[in-house]
Ligand binder design. Structure first.
Ligand code: NAP
Length: 341
């Protein structure tokens, strides 16, 4: 029996595939087209991995062929695919519709063709589906696994980040609604993983390029900055890609994680915290990158609303990686690629 992983060609998806293969699962990876799927299979070079092409997520029948042809071999599904980019032309076409249709389509295909074989489905949502961003400055408020971003389809279409937050919120709501309406007719259990901003190395050094995926590009930008003006301000929550991949696979395996929103976050950071770690840990960067104002870091004492995932941490029972580990892992890989390590 296999694990079907969507978004397998992406930054997180490759870590999820690796985690599954490391645990000796057979994996069927979904790629947008066969060329990308074949390239993924060549990269892993593992007989337990095969790939199928699904086209674009916006097509509600994107997963029909896969579940018609392979459904009776698929025991677990990890739905990781969703647009995660900001250089877009249309909020609806590039973000909102593929995110929502992707999850609706895969759940409908499982129901139609594999309702007896699929036992567990895990969907990648996001921290962006949790808070009311207009209240992030209010330190009397707590956001946790019970919180939902109150955005609407119309109000989220102001800028790419807001629209992305909407896309994750509506997709996750769509999935829980489907599950509630169908849990008596499908066999599978369901849970969602909500990672905050994900840092971590690429699975393969060959995936390191001048620019990295959207979240790691923050570290990449800081480690190549020569002055503060080169660095885009950013303060948010972070987590490690290795922890996030591990949680996806554990959620397939452990009954106590079913039916849950698993909020994976290690804590808060500001780009100043990244500078602080880089200046402390990489002598070859010292003097090239700015120092900024070290005391402006927020890692130890974050301001504003309380962001908390105590319940998820208790369920998981292992410590989540620190900012220093994440920053150092990414930086080492980039510096190795540039011959500077
Ligand atoms: P990524 O590298 O861009 O991966 C996204 C994956 O989804 C890719 O395999 C991509 O295929 C596929 N995909 C996107 N839009 C598609 C579409 N319209 N049709 C078909 N396939 C499509 O991004 P990532 O950071 O790994 O994100 C993976 C998941 O984690 C997403 O659900 C994202 O929302 C979630 N997440 C990410 C972060 C983060 O900080 N990175 C934080 C929280 C949650 P192509 O390669 O062909 O485009």
């Amino acid at each position: 029996m296999s694990v079907f992983v969507t978004g397998a060609t992406g930054f997180l998806g490759k870590h999820v595939v690796k985690e599954c293969l490391d645990k000796n699962y057979t994996v069927i990876a979904a790629a947008r087209d066969q060329e990308k799927g074949d390239a993924l299979v060549r990269q892993f070079n593992n007989p337990n991995l095969s790939a199928v092409s699904i086209g674009d997520l916006e097509k509600l029948d994107a997963f029909d062929e896969t579940f018609k042809n392979h459904g009776n071999h698929i025991k677990y599904v990890i739905h990781c695919a969703s647009p995660a980019k900001w250089d877009i032309y249309s909020y609806e076409k590039d973000l909102l519709i593929p995110a929502r249709n992707g999850v609706r389509g895969i759940l409908e295909s499982i129901k139609k063709y594999a309702s007896d074989s699929v036992e567990n489905v895990v969907m990648t949502s996001s921290f962006m589906a949790i808070p009311d961003f207009s209240k992030m400055g209010d330190n009397s408020i707590t956001f946790n696994e019970d919180s939902w971003n109150p955005t609407t389809w119309e109000t989220c279409q102001t800028d790419p980040l807001n629209a992305y937050a909407g896309s994750k919120t509506f997709a996750e709501q769509e999935a829980w609604k489907f599950y509630e309406e169908n849990k008596d007719v499908v066999k599978f259990k369901f849970s969602t993983v909500l990672p905050s901003y994900i840092f971590g190395p690429q699975v393969f050094d060959t995936d390191v390029h001048e620019h990295l995926n959207a979240s790691n590009e923050t570290i990449n930008q800081v480690l190549h900055a020569t002055k503060m003006e080169d660095i885009q301000p950013l303060s948010t929550q972070f987590c490690s890609v290795k922890d996030v991949a591990r949680v996806h696979v554990l959620a397939l395996e452990q009954n106590n994680l079913s039916g849950k929103r698993l909020f994976v976050t290690s804590g808060a950071f500001d780009v100043q915290d990244i500078l602080n770690h880089l200046n402390a840990d990489f002598p070859q960067l010292k003097g090239n990158i700015p120092v900024g104002t070290p005391s402006k870091g927020i890692e130890i004492n974050p301001p504003g609303a309380v962001i908390e995932n105590k319940r998820t941490r208790e369920l998981l029972g292992f410590p989540l990686k620190s900012l220093k580990q994440c920053v150092d892992d990414v930086t080492k890989q980039v510096l190795r690629h540039e011959g500077r390590l």
